[in-house]
Design a protein around this ligand. Structure first.
Ligand code: ADP
Ligand code: MG
Length: 712
């Protein structure tokens, strides 16, 4: 074993063994400057570097000349830069970059719809020799690369290894250099410094896993004989690392689920009186799916262990009413419930519905948001503490300390993917292990819901109330916009109302907002006879509410809006929506937006306008919206195209960001890991076995000291 040396403060060389927790600056060739670069990307130690996995592999045996490329191939091409150019995309001030390269046989375009990092394109000077690695795409009949890896030719690597891992370049630090650091790290960690196996031996054996160390070695120093498997992320090394990532998540979820079962809560056995009264007072019948979901909820509420359930249903499927029924059960038992919504508009809408549907049955309902007046708020909080209020609806204002209930037994959260896990936790602590119900309109594919929300039971409302008119959707290019507006104005003349929606993308919020505002002004000039309103996130809540109310009352014919209207807004007379830059939205978001129309009896329309110069992938994705209004199909397609992070918003959903695993591609491994995790807790419900101590440690390390609260 070779040992490392470094200069100590007094200039002497000292020996230093490399370990997983060794700071990266002590790695040969790194030093303080590169170390701080790495650390800005979350890589501080040798161990963390080893978890910086290749984003792809390049098999030089699959190298081709440009003329022979076929659509769909993943290839490596040695070529010369011809030119770099950029084109503005529509009015958005966004740019598309095109790096054209050639070899003796021909030329190909490499297109980038976003800049990988600042200065990325500067190094591609004409005649420079590069390697392009990527998938060949068909763009309007022509073969192209979209977002390929383009790297400098590295003479050391060229023709040496047949199979080369490619890393995401870190601010100009080349993938070859990163690879060298990784090889050095692997070579210099002595055997005794490798941590012992964390997974129980029976798991390793039953699930046919190689060791963690071996897996890391094979990931960074690939075995050329398995070239194809590497390309598809299917080597035993991949399997081991993916399994492990899933296993930790599933073990956590499994332990929480076991824990919830043990918490003592309040059994709510209502006499059904209020439920019957509600059903009699409604001008419509509950759908079968609503009835079934409520039965599941009711059965949970009757048990002393707290309910932990998610009601999942498409926009407009009537989830709110089902949650109101749960609140009625709590009220029948003389206890309180609350409902938290993600926006003020939505909280107010729920409140109005509750006043309409629940107040006549004798329920005292309150509304608490950021704009509730001090005096009102004081009175509300008093009533709440005295137990005079049955049902409190509000925004995240509900989680403030001063909000104290007398007997909170049911917490309902609407659109839960918008709240962090912690916020839910705070709310739940306002009662003694209250029952918990979340409603989500994000149609999470069933498999994903089961595995990723493994700690929640799921009720699905897969049926729409009758009498809804189907929405006709068209995806068109920008050039058809005038025709779209004309069509819209015809609908308005017939008495209908319209939404025009603009995306707000964080990175260029100002530009986008300007788009929405200037569009609003254009429309006013173009349609002087129509009353038009503007709604965006930078407006004060009072202003927003005023615009919303005027639109709801039919005073405004057109609502120009950014995505603030996304969730839950219900204006049945609005039957047409135009979505600008539809390609910038995720499909699930488009689906949510579209769900604002088709709520009344009028035939409804959604026109999705794509900016020009959209990538082929974005185009195909958006066009999928014409094919179906089934939220689950859309979600599954979106998930496949974009992966779960984008799909659910990794941060808000509390969904862990996986380093190697992919929830779609690796679904089969996820199932196995889940099975293994639940099996562990079946064998050893409190993780007491010696063999399970590493599992305890890992859970506490990732989820904090309370991670084991459920089981120990
Ligand atoms: P979600 O929250 O699932 O998007 P909502 O609860 O907002 O849907 O319901 C949308 C609209 O449908 C509301 O106006 C609601 O009163 C109405 N509604 C709910 N259930 C039914 C039903 N069974 N039949 C007819 N209309 C219903
Ligand atoms: Mg809703």
């Amino acid at each position: 074993m070779e040992s490392l040396t470094r200069k100590s403060k007094d200039g002497n060389l000292v020996n230093m063994a490399l370990r997983l927790d060794t700071s990266l600056q002590y790695l040969k060739g790194v030093g303080p400057k590169l170390a701080s670069l790495f650390s800005r990307h979350g890589i501080r130690t040798v161990g963390e570097l080893l978890e910086f996995y290749p984003r792809a592999y390049e098999d030089q045996r699959a190298a081709r000349n440009i003329a022979s490329l076929k659509v769909g191939d993943i290839v490596s091409v040695k070529a010369q830069v011809v030119s770099v150019s950029s084109v503005n995309m529509g009015r958005s001030q966004r740019k598309m970059y095109d790096v054209t390269v050639r070899d003796a046989s021909g030329k190909i375009h490499c297109k980038f719809f976003r800049v990988p990092y600042k200065g990325y394109f500067e190094r591609f000077t004409p005649f420079k020799e590069v390697r392009v690695v990527g998938k060949v795409i068909d763009y309007r009949g022509r073969a192209e690369f979209h977002h390929p890896d383009i790297r400098d030719i590295d003479p050391e690597e060229e023709n040496q290894d047949a199979l080369i891992p490619l890393y995401t370049e870190i601010e100009g630090l080349s993938t070859a250099k990163i690879h060298r650091f990784l090889k050095t790290s692997l070579d210099l960690i002595p055997d005794e410094e490798w941590p012992a196996e964390k997974l129980p031996s029976w798991v390793v054996k039953n699930y046919d896993l190689i060791s963690h160390r071996k897996a890391l070695e094979l990931i960074h120093k690939p075995n050329p004989d398995l070239g194809n498997l590497y390309m598809e992320n299917r080597t035993p090394a991949h399997r081991r690392l993916i399994f492990e990532e899933f296993f930790w998540l599933e073990l956590y979820l499994a332990s929480r689920k076991t824990g919830f079962k043990k918490e003592p809560g309040t059994a709510l056995r209502g006499d059904g009186r209020l439920i019957t009264q509600l059903e009699e007072s409604l001008p419509f019948e509950l759908t079968n799916a609503q009835k079934k979901s409520f039965q599941e909820i009711k059965a949970d509420l009757e048990k002393p262990s707290p309910m932990h359930r998610m009601v999942q249903g498409d926009v407009g499927s009537g989830k709110t009413l089902v949650s109101f029924m749960a609140a009625l059960v709590a009220a029948e038992c003389g206890t309180q419930s609350c409902l938290m919504a993600p926006t003020e508009i939505l909280a107010e809408q729920h409140f109005k519905n509750a006043q309409k549907q629940l107040s006549p049955l004798g329920l005292k309902v309150g509304l608490l948001t950021g704009k509730t007046k001090t005096s009102e708020r004081k009175e509300l909080l008093q009533q709440l503490a005295d137990g005079d209020l049955d049902f409190l609806i509000g925004t995240h204002a509900l989680i403030e300390d001063e909000v104290k209930f007398k007997a909170l037994t049911l917490v309902i959260v609407d659109e839960q993917h918008r709240f962090g896990v912690e916020q839910r936790g705070v709310l739940k602590n306002k009662g003694r292990s209250p029952h918990f119900l979340v409603m989500t309109a994000t149609p999470i594919p069933r498999t994903l819901a089961m595995t990723v929300y493994g700690d929640l039971d799921v009720s699905i409302i897969d049926e729409m109330p009758p009498g809804r008119s189907p929405i006709q959707t068209r995806v068109v290019f920008d050039s058809k916009k005038a025709a779209a507006l004309q069509f819209m104005s015809e609908q308005i003349v017939k008495g209908r109302q319209a939404y025009i929606v603009y995306p707000l993308v964080e990175e260029s919020e100002k530009i986008d907002l300007k788009d929405a505002v200037s569009e609003f002004e254009n429309l006013q000039a173009q349609f002087p006879n129509f009353k038009i309103g503007l709604l965006h996130g930078k407006m004060k809540p009072v202003e927003k509410e005023e615009v919303m109310t005027r639109f709801r009352n039919g005073e405004l014919s057109i609502l120009v809006s950014t995505t603030v209207i996304e969730v839950g807004v219900d204006v049945p007379n609005a039957n047409i929506m135009i979505i600008e830059h539809a390609e910038r939205f995720g499909l699930s978001q488009l689906h949510q937006l579209r769900g604002r129309v088709g709520r009344g009896t009028h035939k409804s329309f959604c026109i999705m306008i794509m900016g020009y110069a959209v990538s082929e992938e974005a185009k195909q994705r958006t066009q999928f919206m014409e094919q179906t209004t089934d939220g689950f199909k859309i979600a599954e397609f979106d998930l496949e195209m974009r992966g779960p992070g984008e799909f659910m918003g990794t941060r808000q959903s509390g969904l862990p960001g996986f380093k190697m695993a992919n929830l779609v591609r690796d679904m089969a491994i996820l199932q196995e890991a889940r099975e293994a995790a639940f099996e562990v807790l079946r064998k050893d419900s409190q993780l007491k076995f010696a063999e399970h101590q590493p599992l305890r440690e890992e859970l506490t390390k990732t989820h904090g000291p309370t991670a084991l609260a459920g089981i120990a």
